[in-house]
Design a protein around this ligand. Structure first.
Ligand SMILES: Nc1nc2c(c(=O)[nH]1)N[C@H]1C(S)=C(S)[C@@H](COP(=O)(O)O)O[C@H]1N2
Ligand SMILES: [Mo]
Length: 320
């Protein structure tokens, strides 16, 4: 993404990162683990970041959903302390440190644009509207690290159908909350605010695409995009926009934050593609957080059987 960060290179090439991992593993067994003490890469300055205190359970039962991977789940501590959420800071540990400042109630999501039934839905009504499912998905960041996260949420498709899109609804545009007093990153120019993302209509309707409202069986921590975030597992992580307040159905391809920031490096589609390197680093492999040996990156993040058909006939080198 921007010059602020760099990809996860093999640990043999970056001593601090190898050190970071070993030290973290060591600490996991010691008293320091209780405070979630970790060492950021920048200058190896120690940073204290605690995983969130146990969050409330979600209302109602959660059934296992489809498409789950049997790969080991990334520990809750990592899922909640190693984040990208630029509104809450650009270091991986910043979102956890600043999470409490984001207010997630009251919260509404506005559905508007090319739909017969525009409406503003209160977040708790939205959470109660569909049966909640657990979806254990890989999330692969464009920075070449990945996690396996047991999301709790519901597919976006059935919600879109209730809104009755018109024939002009070709894309879906998502917007994150704008509240600089709650999110210090929005007082900086790290990105243009609010954060925006978009999907083509068939991508939004795909059964893999979910709105997540929790993880590990509990309410979504703020740093992971509470109270509701998108999860599109075959695309680079930045497409999975957090803390959504507006979903607009539109006729033309909407702007997206990272493409705006650097169109040369981040396209609209951003499907995980090991064959198309980022201009500044390879996308052929990745570091699974918590593991030392790098993994080979799979086309469409391993969801090719499900989604490759959406792009039949498209040149995915051009449409990256
Ligand atoms: N609003 C918003 N959404 C965002 C981001 C962000 O900075 N702001 N970062 C994206 C990126 S780059 C990634 S990799 C994922 C990370 O999700 P996680 O922190 O829950 O693992 O969130 C995505 N959604
Ligand atoms: Mo990312």
């Amino acid at each position: 993404m921007p010059s602020i960060w760099r990809p996860d290179l093999p640990s043999s090439e970056i001593t601090p990162e190898g050190l970071y991992l070993r030290r973290r593993d060591f600490l996991a067994g010691g008293a320091a683990a209780a405070t979630g003490l970790t060492f950021g890469l920048a200058g190896c300055k120690p940073k204290v970041v605690a995983p969130p205190a146990e969050l409330p359970a979600l209302p109602g039962a959660t059934k296992p959903g489809p498409f789950g991977t049997a790969e080991p789940r990334t520990p809750y501590k990592d899922v909640t302390t190693y984040n990208n959420f630029y509104e809450l800071g650009t270091d991986k540990s910043d979102p956890a440190a600043n999470a409490d400042r984001l207010k997630t109630r009251p919260w509404t999501v506005a559905f508007e644009g090319e739909i017969a039934k525009p409406q503003v839905i209160d977040i708790d009504a939205l959470i109660a509207r569909f049966p909640l499912e657990e979806r254990v998905y890989r999330l692969r960041c464009v920075e070449a690290w990945s996690m396996v996260i047991p999301w709790v949420g519901f597919p976006l498709g059935p919600l879109i159908k209730q809104l009755e899109p018109t024939s002009r609804a070709k894309y879906v545009a998502f917007t994150t909350k704008l509240a600089p007093d709650e999110m210090p990153g929005q007082k900086t120019s790290a990105l243009e605010w609010p954060y925006v993302e978009g999907l083509r209509m068939d991508e939004a309707l795909h059964p893999l695409t979910i709105l997540a409202v929790g993880l590990y069986g509990r309410v979504l921590p703020n740093q992971d995009g509470a109270p509701v975030r998108l999860v599109v597992p075959w695309k680079y992580g930045f497409k999975s926009i957090k803390s959504i307040v507006r979903v607009r159905f539109v006729e033309t391809q909407p702007p997206t934050s990272w493409n705006r920031q650097n169109a040369h490096e981040y396209g609209f589609y951003s499907n995980v593609n090991p064959e198309v390197d980022h201009p500044r680093w390879s996308q052929a492999n990745e570091r699974r957080i918590g593991e030392l040996r790098r993994r080979v990156t799979l086309a469409f993040n391993g969801y090719g059987n499900e989604v490759a058909g959406l792009y039949a006939g498209m040149d995915l080198r051009k449409n990256f």
